[in-house]
Design a protein around this ligand. Structure first.
Ligand code: CUA
Length: 345
């Protein structure tokens, strides 16, 4: 091996290590949830243990290169295959059997402990999460109830509010293709599969806003399928829940009502103002309290007046692959609808 090849090899090794470290970031190594905390612990154990064989291999390589450089001369003749002596056999047994077992056994034990450590008790609250191309439909029990089957529910989208320090169970499924729910700072991933229900418990240990995303390639709009988890103190959360369960507190003009019914109504629910007979939450997000959300388009744009206008006029330019049609609104009608949407606190 020449010095140039060795240098190249070292560069690749360092780059691979850097990519591995960066790839592991994105929040998973800065946990703020019970599940994410356990996963981060496992990640660090695997990282430090993997440094042992890495150090041995890189050390051996460096030593060989240094030795060859010092001795110079032609390549030494390789011994024939099968002529391994005692020392060679010892290296094979130690490096090929003993070392892997010593390193992988603790990882296996820690991995089982991580999975077993999952919260098994009764959750404080159930939230339905349904994946759509390319947004998240959320279903909450009405205030006072904690389970989805306990009676009436209400819907919202893309911004999950949870109480801090309480285990919340997500009841996850999909309406179309397989999606994957992932909020790295709170918990591992869970697949959302059509016709199947998966459950995942999340428990935020600190109040804050945590970014999540779809972690399974689900179509053209996959990269723009984000969500937010807002963890807040119990009292604040209950206030949000009560407010969200109410119908919209607006009184639009007849013209606005008609524009909404024609352009938005076929796909979006607006509780108290426009209730579609066919609406099942399977076309577009419930817009009842849209103005209270931080983002629109499943985390694509900040929820501002200007962004709402852009979204309605050019949904496919803003988010390619998005299922929202261009409804042909413009001029005064557009301004009227945008004004109205910003009132939906
Ligand atoms: Cu949904 Cu990717």
């Amino acid at each position: 091996m020449t010095a140039t090849t060795a240098k190249g090899l070292m560069t690749v090794t360092v780059a691979a290590l850097a990519i591995g470290l960066l790839g592991g970031c994105g929040g998973a190594l800065d946990p703020r949830g019970e599940g994410a905390d356990r996963i981060a612990g496992l990640w660090w154990l695997m990282f430090w243990l993997s440094l042992v064989p890495m150090a041995i291999v890189v050390g051996a390589l460096a030593w060989i290169l240094w030795k060859r450089r010092r001795e110079g001369g032609p390549e030494p003749e390789r011994p024939p295959i099968g002529a391994a002596d005692r020392r060679d056999r010892l290296v094979i047994v130690l490096g090929g059997i003993v070392l892997p077992i010593a390193l992988l056994l603790p990882v296996a034990v820690a991995m089982v402990a991580t999975v077993e450590g999952e919260e098994q008790g009764r959750p404080a609250l159930e939230i339905g999460v349904t994946g759509h191309q390319f947004w998240w439909d959320l279903e909450y029990p009405r205030p006072g109830a904690t389970e989805l089957g306990e009676g009436e529910t209400f819907r919202t989208a893309n911004e999950i509010h949870v109480p801090v320090g309480k285990p919340v169970e997500l009841v996850a499924t999909s309406e179309d293709v397989i999606h994957s729910f992932w909020v790295p700072q709170l918990q591992g991933k869970i697949d959302l599969i059509p016709g199947r229900t998966n459950r995942l418990t999340i428990e935020a240990t600190e109040a804050g806003v945590y970014e999540g995303r779809c972690a399974e390639l689900c179509g053209l709009g996959h990269a723009h399928m984000h969500l937010l988890v807002v963890a807040e103190e119990e009292e604040e959360f209950q206030g949000w829940l009560r407010q969200q369960s109410e119908p919209a507190a607006v009184d639009p003009s007849t013209a606005t009502r008609e524009t909404f019914a024609d352009g938005c109504g076929p796909c979006h629910e607006l509780r108290g103002v426009y209730e579609s007979d066919s609406y099942r939450g399977d076309f577009g997000p419930d817009l009842t309290h849209l103005a209270g959300r931080r983002m629109i388009g499943a985390g694509t744009l900040s929820n501002t007046r200007e962004a709402l206008g852009r979204w309605i006029v050019d949904p496919h330019g803003v988010k390619p692959g998005n299922r929202m049609p261009d409804v042909g609104l413009g001029g005064e009608e557009l301004a009227e609808i945008v004004d109205f949407l910003t009132e939906l606190e």
